[in-house]
Design a protein around this ligand. Structure first.
Ligand code: GMT
Length: 375
């Protein structure tokens, strides 16, 4: 099949899922065309069958805002027409599903019917998609998509609650390529912590919805009793809050490692003892799944789809959003009991296997086939 993938290029769950999916489809022999404002962060252009088309936004002095969505729909139109794509897959409703619908109409005028599959990722439904400036357009583009998927049952439910949806929504959970962990060389834990110290880790785009304050407060309280280190990976607006916390707690400076965006996330994840994900909202929690696949138990909030990934008392623990006492309690519980920690590490890895790409890719392939054959 010839598949067009529209996604955000930056760090953020939807872009990562879209990129990993596209690369695996290309590995299986499909021709995959990525369209985005810049090269997606994890896209490996050395792989076969992969094409990248940059959306070029032409500036003009009259424009206060650049008309990205117009440039995007024109790019989709041209790429579908030139490369004869079979299907367009939009990741994140805004602006991808919307722009893809416009491209579909332009193609229709030329007698070309190209099916559109839209995957809802989370904040396109629960946060930004709720804003009056976008809500109607999001609803319209979902209803105009030929097939719609969501990354969790929870997100599917939220979509039906928040919008007037007339199409079916199929849940296709996010996934992980567990095979990458067989090649990881775990040699350097000492670079992050002494043997007697535990490691907490948090990976995100550091936006307010991630509740970084809970990560920092948990670390501060746990570290007082149990020697530990905190690794934070990612970049985003809450970096200011982190810097403020560090300057208010100078004794913690040598114990907190801020790593920004890292290219090779998985070896670092493998050193951690717990992954903290106290998010206010999380449709799935891809970062938690990646941690689990690396054998790291997750201590998370109960937001959105997280409980579909992190199983309380088995792969980690779940607390109410904002209940720091609970998060601290669960972290200490794991840190003081090596046997329990080891068991949960094994459980986490085992549960991640359920989300292995080998189980998920066929679901997308089947969906594309149905879309192409209008089934
Ligand atoms: O908030 C983010 O982490 C980015 C956002 C995105 O769409 O890029 O992530 C959402 O999609 C991920 C991939 O499907 C999910 O794993 C995240 O849970 C979801 N984030 C939120 O719902 C806040």
């Amino acid at each position: 099949m010839k598949i067009g993938i529209l996604c955000y290029p930056t760090y953020g769950g939807s872009g990562i899922v879209a990129t990993e999916l596209g690369m695996l489809l290309a590995d299986k022999g499909h021709e995959v065309h990525f369209m985005s404002s810049s090269m997606p962060a994890r896209l490996d252009m050395t792989k076969p069958n992969i094409y990248f088309h940059k959306v070029n936004v032409e500036t003009y002095p009259l424009f206060k805002y650049q008309p990205y969505d117009i440039a995007l729909s024109s790019t989709i139109y041209h790429v579908v027409k030139i490369y004869k794509l079979d299907v367009i897959h939009a990741h994140y409703a805004i602006p991808y599903a919307y722009a893809a619908y416009m491209a579909k109409q332009m193609l229709k005028d030329d007698g070309i019917e190209t099916p559109l599959v839209t995957t809802l990722h989370g904040t396109d439904i629960t946060l930004v998609g709720q804003h009056p400036s976008y809500k109607k357009a999001v609803e319209f583009s979902i209803n105009k998509s030929d097939f719609v998927t969501s990354v969790s049952e929870s997100l599917k439910k939220d979509t039906f609650i928040n919008f007037d949806i007339k199409t079916e929504i199929q849940v296709i959970p996010n996934f992980i390529d567990n095979s990458i962990f067989s090649h990881i060389n775990v040699c350097c834990r000492k670079q992050f912590a002494e043997d007697h110290e535990k490691i907490m880790i948090h990976v995100s785009n550091l936006r307010p919805v991630k509740r970084i304050q809970d990560v920092l407060e948990t670390f501060k309280r746990v570290e007082k009793e149990i020697p530990s280190k905190l690794i934070i990976i990612g970049e985003g607006p809450e970096m200011e809050l982190i810097n403020e916390f560090i300057s208010d707690n100078p004794d913690l400076i040598p114990k907190i490692r801020l790593m920004g965006k890292v290219n090779d996330l998985f070896p670092i994840l493998s050193y951690a003892d717990v992954f903290l994900l106290p998010s206010q909202q999380e449709s799935f929690g891809l970062a938690a799944l990646e941690a689990m696949a690396a054998g790291v138990p997750v201590i998370s909030s109960n937001a959105g789809g997280i409980p579909e990934v992190n199983i309380h008392g088995q792969t980690g623990y779940i607390a109410e959003v904002g209940d720091i006492n609970q998060i601290v309690h669960f972290t200490k519980k794991l840190f003081i009991d090596d046997e329990l920690l080891l068991k949960m590490k094994t459980n986490a890895k085992e549960n991640a296997m359920k989300f292995d790409i080998a189980n998920i890719i066929p679901l997308y392939e089947e969906l594309y086939t149905r879309a192409i054959h209008k089934e």
